[in-house]
Design a protein around this ligand. Structure first.
Ligand SMILES: [Mg+2]
Length: 184
């Protein structure tokens, strides 16, 4: 006489076998490697939960924030890019002071980050003078960020503060980093 627990286990095994059989029919070429494990997990998740599994890990806001914290803790510094117009400089004369981003940059400098201004502004001597006069720290203007061991046209930063690149999330992530490090 089988116990209720054993019967439940057999029932679950049967369900699993049926699901596995369905999976193999729908994905005939998908067995035996890491990628396939993910394909099968995703397939199973969608079957059981009834909605698509989010495969884009950096669309989860905490993922990029937590990566910044762990990289800072590993290297004791991060290289951050920041845009000029519309991020720290009022090009369109809207009256904005950009004081929150400017203050964040000062605090990032305080915790040892390298800051690179990355701008399309033509007069770079104006940019340098403006940054100095407004106490906005910078370690370079339009110079590459993190040095890669190969040639690349992409300036590589741990994060980029730019009014045209999801500024609010990057601002919040870096604000979190600074507060976390300062209050540790
Ligand atoms: Mg801009």
């Amino acid at each position: 006489m089988k116990s209720e627990k054993d019967l439940k286990k057999m029932e679950n095994n049967k369900k699993f076998e049926d699901l596995w059989e369905d999976f193999r029919i729908e994905n005939p070429n998908s067995v035996g490697c890491f990628r396939d494990q993910y394909v099968s997990f995703k397939w199973l998740y969608e079957k059981l939960v009834g909605e698509s599994h989010n495969t884009d890990e950096y669309l989860i806001p905490e993922k990029s924030r937590d990566r910044l914290v762990s990289e800072y803790e590993k290297y004791g510094s991060l290289t951050i890019g920041f845009d000029f117009d519309g991020t720290v400089h009022d090009y369109h004369k809207t009256g904005a002071t950009y004081e929150q981003v400017r203050q964040l940059l000062r605090e990032l400098k305080d915790i040892g980050c390298t800051l690179i201004c990355w701008t399309a502004y033509q007069d770079l001597s104006f940019v340098a003078k403006f940054l100095e006069e407004n106490n906005i720290p910078f370690d370079g203007i339009n110079t590459n960020g993190i040095k890669l061991p190969w040639e690349s046209k992409k300036p590589f930063f741990s994060a980029l503060l730019d009014d045209r690149a999801g500024l609010i999330q990057v601002y919040n992530d870096l604000r979190y980093l600074v507060d976390y490090i300062k209050n540790k």
